[in-house]
Design a protein around this ligand. Structure first.
Ligand code: SF4
Ligand code: SF4
Length: 141
């Protein structure tokens, strides 16, 4: 019997007695690492409103041109976020929008489940971007 064959048989025997590592996705999910970059998500204040101040820096820095921010004048004349649109069809998950944001209003979330029936359902608005999971290993801040 060749040496290679013996090595192969030894490996088979080793793995035969090992506990299976199969994860029953989607019922079971493996935790993602802390620095994982899932889809971008907006961060809400305690009252549920977006932390975003509609400065437009993320829109300007995005290399894929997938962010559109519209500002409005809120109560007491303060600039506020009217609309936030993010086209996940084009997002490259680079994280530059997060780097550019001066108020930590946008994060790379732990969300990787992005299957959609059509391209239009991958264009997310403010409400959808505020909901859902936050960063890996923590709740929404
Ligand atoms: S992760 Fe990159 S490509 Fe995606 S929205 Fe942010 S800046 Fe644009
Ligand atoms: S950079 Fe931050 S505060 Fe400015 S528009 Fe983007 S998410 Fe909002």
């Amino acid at each position: 019997m060749s040496k290679a064959l013996l090595k192969g048989l030894a490996l088979t025997l080793q793995t035969f007695f090992r506990k299976p590592v199969t994860v029953q996705y989607p019922d079971e999910k493996r935790p993602v690492p802390g620095r994982f970059r899932g889809r971008p998500a907006l961060v809400a204040r305690e009252d549920g409103t977006p932390r975003c101040v509609a400065c437009g820096l993320c829109e300007k820095i995005c290399p894929s041109l997938c962010i559109a921010v519209t500002a409005e004048t809120g109560p007491e004349g303060i600039r506020a976020l009217a609309r936030y649109r993010l086209d996940l069809n084009r997002c490259s998950f680079c994280g530059l929008c997060v780097e550019a944001c001066p108020v930590e209003a946008i994060i790379m979330s732990a969300d990787y489940e992005l299957a959609a029936a059509g391209r239009e359902s991958l264009v997310w608005d403010k409400g959808r971007l505020l909901a859902g999971p936050g960063r890996a290993g923590e709740g929404r801040s």
